[in-house]
Design a protein around this ligand. Structure first.
Ligand code: NAD
Length: 278
């Protein structure tokens, strides 16, 4: 539908089963795009435990599924988006394998570190900002260098959040990082437009991924509600009567990555069933 054959995409944080990144990678590969599945791969420490991190075995099975079922090809490359040397090597690996880099999706994110604001630890703040915002900066920088060298434009898509437009309690770092992502999107859209590199953000509302499930548990406990009652409340407040699906985001990304969105840049597109509208 969007004709991405011959293009290469890097999708960060795409190595976790049932995550938004996995759905984006599969959708782009369905459009004929070659994709790099990249994620941390190895859990490290309390903030990046196996409960939250895409592991190398998850990455490998996503790659296998794409190579069996989709039009585009995939390979796995572990990368910590907080480390510039690893990000630079990721871009080089993508180009070495597939010949170019045309689409970057900054999807890696930490949404499970939430604390009351007056107790928010410096270390927690850094953990969230380092992945969500600094990671997007580093990946965008090295993707842009490559895209400028290639001279045929490109598309950078930042997976922000409803928290890029509205505030959420206990989530000062997450909310600040996602608002920051929209600022990065707007600034880069202006600066990189001269090179025909379009930069947009997508802002999902709640989706029950691994991360979303953790948030449901956290907020239902805080509100003293059982899990299902809390989740039903989200659905009841939504104009379309449901929570988001990973495929809702994948569809928006495929559109923004394609020529159909050739005149769209600097946008922060809500994909929230009408829950967020500014
Ligand atoms: N699920 C939701 O409700 C929701 C809503 C709005 C926005 N988002 C955003 O969507 C994105 C994907 O979230 P998801 O719900 O699919 O969760 P997820 O946990 O499945 O995906 C996040 C991925 O980021 C990876 N990651 C974390 N730190 C990393 C690092 N240093 N380097 C590389 N990768 C790293 C994790 O390993 C994981 O695979 C995130 O940016 C999240 O903030 C999610």
């Amino acid at each position: 539908m969007y004709q991405l054959k011959g293009k290469t995409a890097v999708i960060t944080g795409s190595g976790r089963s049932k995550g938004i990144g996995e759905a984006i990678a599969k959708r782009l590969a369905n459009e004929g795009c070659d994709v790099v599945i990249t994620d941390l791969g190895t859990p490290t420490g309390k903030n990046f435990s196996k409960d939250h991190v895409g592991t190398t075995s998850e990455m490998d099975s996503i790659v296998d599924e794409i190579n069996k079922e989709n039009k585009g090809k995939a390979f796995a490359y572990p990368c910590d988006v907080r480390k510039e040397s690893q990000v630079k090597a990721l871009v080089e690996a993508a180009v070495k394998k597939f010949g170019s880099l045309d689409i970057l999706v900054n999807n890696a994110g930490v949404g499970y570190i939430m604390e009351p604001f007056t107790e928010f630890k410096e270390q927690s703040w850094d953990a969230v900002l380092d992945v969500n915002l600094k990671g997007a900066f580093l990946c965008s920088k090295h993707a842009a260098i490559q895209m400028i060298t290639q001279g045929k434009g490109g598309s950078i898509i930042n997976i922000a959040s409803q928290a890029a437009k509205s505030g959420f309690p206990f989530a000062a770092a997450y909310t600040a990082s996602k608002h920051g992502m929209v600022g990065l999107t707007r600034s880069n859209a202006i600066e990189l437009g001269a090179h025909k590199i379009r930069v947009n953000a997508v802002c999902p509302n709640h989706i029950t991924t691994g991360l979303g499930h953790w948030q449901n548990q956290f907020f239902s406990e805080k509100l003293g509600l059982d899990y299902d009652t809390y989740l039903q409340g989200i659905k009841d407040r939504n104009p379309l009567g449901r929570t988001g699906l990973v495929d809702d985001i994948a569809k928006a990304v495929a559109f923004l990555a394609s020529e159909q969105a050739a005149y769209i840049t600097g946008e922060a597109m809500n994909v929230s069933g009408g829950e967020e509208y500014h």
